[in-house]
Write a protein that binds this ligand. Structure first.
Ligand SMILES: Nc1nc2c(ncn2[C@@H]2O[C@H](COP(=O)(O)OP(=O)(O)OP(=O)(O)O)[C@@H](O)[C@H]2O)c(=O)[nH]1
Length: 291
């Protein structure tokens, strides 16, 4: 029996749970079934109650208290415990038919996506034949407000790429909270972030703006000096060579935006084998300010 799922990832506060909730509302409005899995052992509040919640297996609060661990060490302990108890997931997901979209809400600790091999082990269990065999798409969220700080945006893009490389499942990148940049960035400029234009890293004037507070803004946070320029160039080359990096725009208040992203996720899942991904962002349809 085929199963379909979406693993929702991204840094802390990127809007993962809000996106899951918008997806569930959209699916229900369109009479589609979904099964919501919360894998964040610290998450407390949900618009839609999870159908499966890691907290019923282990809670971060208990781990921190009983093991004397901090929040990050505690989270890793929770995931190691989950990997030792994968039946908790299998037993819940096994009976689901292909009518369901399984939505998996992940925690935001960046370590999970970059340098600990816990996620690949989990994804392997979810996707490989012989276990659950779910056709899985990863959705990686990055906050649209990062576009005002290019160094931050490209660092976020590198972490999205890291997750992409580590998991080896169909992957969509999403710029979340588009409402927060509406009216602040022109269409042409926005397009340079949606299909990351690495010359943005060269646009640094080298001076930065000093607002008199001792802090500097925007381009001032980019690295400078000859060695930093070389590093920026190497990062740009790496992102350029990875031609699949592009972002979809998410505005959770806009039903069409949520529906559009769902259709990319559906496509990524269904046509993974066809190797003919759609080209996102050929047109920027929504208005996000004047040129
Ligand atoms: N303006 C705006 N705020 C949003 C949007 N999505 C989420 N938020 C807010 O951003 C904050 C974090 O949202 P969450 O959905 O909890 O983010 P998360 O990625 O699940 O957070 P963690 O699980 O803690 O990593 C909340 O205060 C949300 O209300 C959005 O599209 N627009």
């Amino acid at each position: 029996m085929s199963k379909f799922g979406c693993l929702v990832m991204g840094p802390a506060g990127a809007g993962k749970t809000t996106f899951c909730s918008a997806l569930i509302t959209h699916l229900r409005n369109n009479r589609r079934s979904c099964f919501y899995v919360n894998l964040d052992p610290a998450a407390e509040e949900f618009v839609h109650e999870p159908d499966l919640d890691i907290k019923d297996l282990i809670s971060l609060e208990d781990v921190m208290e009983e093991m004397g661990l901090g929040p990050n060490g505690g989270l890793i302990y929770c995931f190691e415990f989950l990997l030792d108890n994968l039946d908790f997931i299998s037993e819940a997901l096994d009976p689901l038919t292909e009518e369901y979209l399984i939505i998996i809400d992940m925690p935001g600790q960046i370590e999970l996506y970059t340098h600990i091999p816990i996620l690949p082990a989990l994804v392997k269990h979810l996707t490989k034949t012989g276990s659950l065999d779910i056709n899985l798409c990863a959705a990686y969220l990055l906050e649209a407000t990062f576009v005002v700080d290019r160094a931050k945006f490209f660092a976020g893009t590198l972490s999205a790429m890291s997750a992409m490389i580590m998991l080896e499942v169909p992957h969509v990148n999403i710029l979340s909270k588009m409402d927060l940049v509406k009216g602040q960035i022109g269409k042409r400029e926005l397009k340079r972030f949606l299909d990351p234009d690495t010359t943005l890293l060269d646009d640094d004037t080298g001076e930065g703006e000093d607002d008199g507070s001792g802090a500097t803004t925007d381009t001032a946070t980019l690295m400078r000096g000859a060695s930093f320029k070389r590093l920026n160039k190497a990062v740009a080359g790496l992102i350029d060579s990875f031609s699949m990096v592009s972002y979809l725009r998410l505005d959770v208040q806009d039903e069409d935006s949520v529906g559009g992203i769902l259709s990319y996720i559906d496509d990524a899942i269904q046509f993974h084998e066809a190797q003919e991904p759609r080209e996102p962002n050929d047109e920027v349809e929504m208005e996000y300010g004047d040129e």
